[in-house]
Design a binder for this molecule. Structure first.
Ligand code: E4P
Length: 218
């Protein structure tokens, strides 16, 4: 399973990349706004900087147009920033048409705001590189987000779809483990959730004891 970090914060992207286990980055308009990025030029420059920090990873950059022509024009500009840009397109009718166009023209896509298996089938039919089911938001609404990952994984396996399942809206370390079990190809996670995987009290207790005992022969 690939690990992406779900943020537009450059310090956090650097920290995750320094761990050596980072395969990419996802952003969205809310995450960009949180970093105080303003204006098209600044947004484009920010994506360029992210691509330079993670030179070998896929970097999702989301369009804000919702009509076919707008999505295509915006997606082309984003894709021109760097070879690793993945154009992130919302799961709407014009979005599906645009994903098909990008696929036919060799541009990678991430179909975002996926909340059902039907939407994931449509995105795969259009040739999306990734689909992003929003696990945490589904859990927040009283359904089980991980169940959707398992359902999509089963369908893609039966049907032979090549689209990768990118589990998004991850809230904690347990989500990552459950998504790995359910067949996600990628988890995009906040830094805290990735670092949460490191933690176990018995590791801390065990290390403290080893270091204490090591003083006896140091
Ligand atoms: C990433 O691709 C998604 O936009 C992101 O994971 C959504 O997360 P949220 O539900 O925490 O906003």
């Amino acid at each position: 399973m690939k690990f992406f970090i779900d943020t537009a914060n450059l310090a956090q992207i650097k920290e995750a990349n320094d761990l050596g286990i980072l395969d990419g980055v996802t952003t969205n308009p809310s995450l960009m706004a949180k970093e105080g990025i303003k204006g098209t030029e600044a947004v484009m420059q920010h994506y360029k900087t992210i691509c330079e920090i993670v030179p070998n990873g896929d970097i999702s950059a989301e369009v804000i147009s919702t009509d076919f022509d707008g999505i295509i024009a915006e997606g082309k500009k984003l894709a021109a920033i760097h070879k690793n840009i993945v154009v992130k397109v919302p799961m709407i009718k014009d979005g599906i048409k645009a994903i098909k166009w990008f696929t036919d023209n060799g541009i990678k896509t991430n179909c975002t705001l996926i909340f059902s298996a039907g939407q994931a089938i449509l995105a795969a039919k259009a040739g999306a590189t990734y689909v992003s089911p929003f696990i945490g938001r589904i859990d927040d609404s009283g359904w089980d987000g991980v169940d959707l990952i398992a359902q999509i994984a089963n369908i893609y396996s039966i049907q032979g779809f090549k689209t990768e399942i990118l589990a998004a809206s991850i809230r904690n370390a347990l989500h990552i483990i459950k998504c790995a079990e359910a067949g996600a190809d990628v988890c995009t996670c906040p830094l805290d959730s990735i670092l949460g995987l490191l933690k176990h009290p018995l590791t801390d207790i065990g290390l403290a004891k080893f270091l204490e005992d090591a003083k006896k022969f140091a």
